[in-house]
Write a protein that binds this ligand. Structure first.
Ligand SMILES: [Zn+2]
Ligand SMILES: [Zn+2]
Length: 237
């Protein structure tokens, strides 16, 4: 992972020389997402039930989902279908523009701070864990977009970033375009935990649609001893 981060940094530097940064929203030079475009993004005003994804004031499961949901809470910072967010997430995911991760992570941090202020959560997390890619996909891509977002969050709150706990042991088809039922089947049993799972986990991903992946991760963590798994995504939709 260290080596791939280093390789990713070198690649980012080469890219910056060849293609100087310009905002994915307004094309202004100097950054990949300028402050004006970042602050103009619509944000989610509530959390979501981690089972059925209906809005939930404090991100906890609704009465229908509570018994069977391995996730304790679910938060997503912004609705996905708005520009330039969708474009920024695509760029982060597919073109390796990693300088985008820092401004996008600011949205995650602000969102968590907002809900801490509102009393939706209070205790510190024992681990910040990005939703892992399968090793093969990580090797092909050279970086993991969820980890790029998780690093600044962990640093901001001084919680340990743990990439040695949760692993994707089975390569899965991308969830995009799959119907909900197939998504669940696609990721079931795809994750495993190495050693003792931390007690309170903050699970970070870029986009949450049905939360099947987040729930599969949470199930693996709970089976390995986690007491609480809170999911935080950049975008919902
Ligand atoms: Zn802009
Ligand atoms: Zn629900």
């Amino acid at each position: 992972m260290l080596q791939s981060r280093w390789a990713a940094k070198v690649r980012a530097r080469i890219l910056e020389t060849l293609f100087p940064s310009h905002c994915v929203g307004c094309a202004e030079r100097g950054s990949w997402l300028c402050a004006a475009c970042l602050s103009g993004l619509r944000q989610c005003g509530s959390g979501f039930c981690p089972g059925c994804l209906r809005p939930s004031t404090d991100g906890r499961p609704c009465l229908t989902c509570v018994a069977a949901c391995p996730l304790t809470q679910l938060f997503a910072a912004c609705p996905y279908r708005q520009n330039p967010l969708a474009r920024a997430v695509e760029s982060l995911k597919y073109t390796g523009v990693q300088a985008l991760a820092d401004p996008l992570a600011e949205l995650l941090i602000a969102h968590l701070e907002h809900f801490r202020y509102a009393g939706a959560w209070s205790k510190a997390f024992d681990a910040v864990i990005p939703v892992p890619l399968h090793r093969r996909r990580l090797l092909a891509r050279g970086y993991q977009q969820a980890a790029l977002l998780a690093v600044p969050v962990a640093q901001h709150f001084s919680w340990p970033l743990r990439e040695d706990v949760l692993f994707r042991v089975r390569a899965t088809r991308p969830q995009v375009g799959l119907p909900q039922r197939t998504r669940l089947k696609n990721v079931r049993g795809a994750f495993s935990v190495s050693g003792m799972a931390p007690r309170r986990v903050l699970l970070v991903d870029d986009v949450v649609t049905t939360a099947s992946t987040m729930r599969a991760c949470a199930q693996a963590l709970r089976d390995a001893g986690s007491h609480e798994v809170v999911a935080l995504a950049l975008a919902h939709g």
